[in-house]
Design a binder for this molecule. Structure first.
Ligand code: PHE
Length: 466
């Protein structure tokens, strides 16, 4: 940050004299892998491949890329720039960088992000709990049945059993909290640095195995064959929503991670790399899943049905199926862990900024998630009929976070950076090789001022009218 930048926060102001120096990621690779760890999550495995296959294959990918470059990537860059510039949690970052006198208003954007993070994790952790439960089963060799109906019953038994559903959710949350309590460098960075390479290895292994199956071509056709006739307005909006969820936007996660970025990190380049690596993970996941599904003539499905019912049945028919299934759930578990670290870090960073010691902040944030997490965990069983506006707690949290708060926060973020900052301040905040007012900075600013807010608003309204 340069001295000419009036908005940049001097290092001394970033923490009180008594507070220890603020933590940050130590290496450039660490920054990249931690951010990638956030982007890669359950979305890559159960959302992306199925949505791509069902909505026009390569045609859908084109729209997804357009949505990413025109809207999601600029918003991701904006979030990271806000965090790095303020060197603070999501709430404080907006407050600090707002134009004179408007800090109190802008900090609500960060506050909405924290709330979105808590609600998102309240149900995301439940799904992650199922994944870990299946991993344990797969490792002990009990998760396999070639019969999809038997798998459905088995999944029902897990998700409807209050003790098991809650137990796994809490275990997963406790593990995430424990990593966060170790710190940014020794917790988040250390763990994601080790796990992300393993994730790629597992993915490559499973993809190659799937490609060797007899029906592989059919699966690849489902995934990639372009069908432009499927591109309706609804599909375009689906692609935009997916791009947002994939890049972890709208909950303050990228603001928080950006605050740990090194000063010499080139933000647009890092964001682009993360996006491309995340896309590769999604495509490889599709390649690992659909050839197998098609070679056994099973209907492709999405979400929990795909992961917990269809795939176990498919893998069970392969040689070494038990091992493959264990590897697959290990892959899912790693993906979910990196994402959950970044979600829980949003409230943790906020508490740490308020002077809480990190371990205690991690504990309190976890309790704040676990509490609303209870009805989410029980919504597949005892609370299945307890609905509000026709939605179970699980669905309600999903709607409140992905359908309302995340898009609103993203619009506000785009406007904040695109309009409240001057062009020079914006170019400065990007750092690295971008330098002073450049063509890239200009283009990004136009996208943030006009394209992103309008596009997200359209998705938001459409989500409301259904
Ligand atoms: N990107 C994650 C996934 O694909 C989800 C996520 C959303 C993580 C928002 C953090 C913030 O699963």
């Amino acid at each position: 940050m340069s001295a000419v930048d009036p908005l940049s926060v001097p290092a001394a102001a970033a923490g009180s004299a008594l507070a220890p120096a603020r933590e940050a990621f130590a290496t450039r690779l660490g920054v990249l892998l931690a951010t990638l760890g956030s982007a890669v999550g359950l979305g890559n495995i159960w959302k992306f491949p199925t949505l791509t296959g069902a909505n026009g294959g390569a045609a859908f990918l084109c729209v997804y890329l357009l949505a990413t470059f025109a809207v999601a990537l600029p918003v991701m860059i904006a979030e990271l720039a806000i965090g790095r510039r303020a060197r603070a949690d999501a709430v404080t970052s907006f407050e600090r960088l707002a134009p004179d006198g408007s800090g109190r208003r802008w900090r609500w954007v960060g506050g909405a992000g924290v709330l979105a993070a808590v609600l998102l994790l309240a149900f995301y952790s439940e799904v992650a709990g199922w994944v870990f439960a299946y991993l344990a089963d797969a490792v002990s060799g009990t998760a396999l049945s070639t019969d999809a109906a038997a798998n459905a019953a088995r999944f029902g038994a897990l998700s409807a059993d209050p003790l098991r559903a809650l137990g796994w959710q809490w275990l997963v949350l406790a593990g995430t909290a424990l990593i966060l309590a170790c710190g940014v460098t020794r917790g988040i960075e250390a763990v994601t640095r080790r796990l992300m390479p393993v994730l790629f290895l597992l993915l490559a292994l499973l993809a190659v195995r799937a490609l060797l199956l007899p029906g592989a071509a059919e699966g690849l056709k489902f995934l990639f064959a372009p069908d432009f006739s499927k591109l309706t307005a609804g599909v375009v909006l689906t692609a935009l929503g997916l791009a947002f969820f994939k890049l972890s936007l709208g909950i303050g996660a990228m603001v928080t991670y950006g605050s740990y970025f090194r000063a010499d990190q080139d933000i647009p380049r890092t964001a682009l790399r993360v996006m491309l690596a995340d896309l590769s993970v999604s495509l490889l996941a599709g390649i690992a899943i659909f050839p197998a599904v098609f070679s056994f003539g099973v209907e492709p499905s999405a979400g929990p049905a795909l992961v917990f019912m269809t795939l176990p049945a498919v893998f069970a028919q392969l040689p070494f199926g038990g091992l493959l299934l264990a590897l697959f759930f290990a892959l899912m578990a790693i993906a979910a862990t990196g994402a959950m670290l970044s979600i829980l870090e949003v409230p943790v960073a906020w508490l740490v900024q308020r002077g809480w010691p990190r371990p205690r902040a991690a504990l309190l944030a976890t309790l704040a998630v676990a509490l609303p997490g209870v009805p989410a965990a029980l919504s597949q069983g005892v609370l299945a009929d307890a609905t509000l506006f026709g939605r179970t707690a699980f669905e309600l949290y999903d709607f409140a976070s992905s359908g309302v708060l995340m898009p609103l926060v993203a619009i506000a973020t785009a406007l904040f950076v695109g309009r409240a900052w001057t062009r020079t301040q914006f170019a400065d905040a990007l750092g690295g090789t971008v330098g002073r007012p450049s063509r890239l900075a200009f283009a990004l600013r136009v996208l943030l001022r006009w394209v992103a807010p309008v596009a997200i608003a359209v998705v938001l309204v459409r989500g409301w009218i259904g």
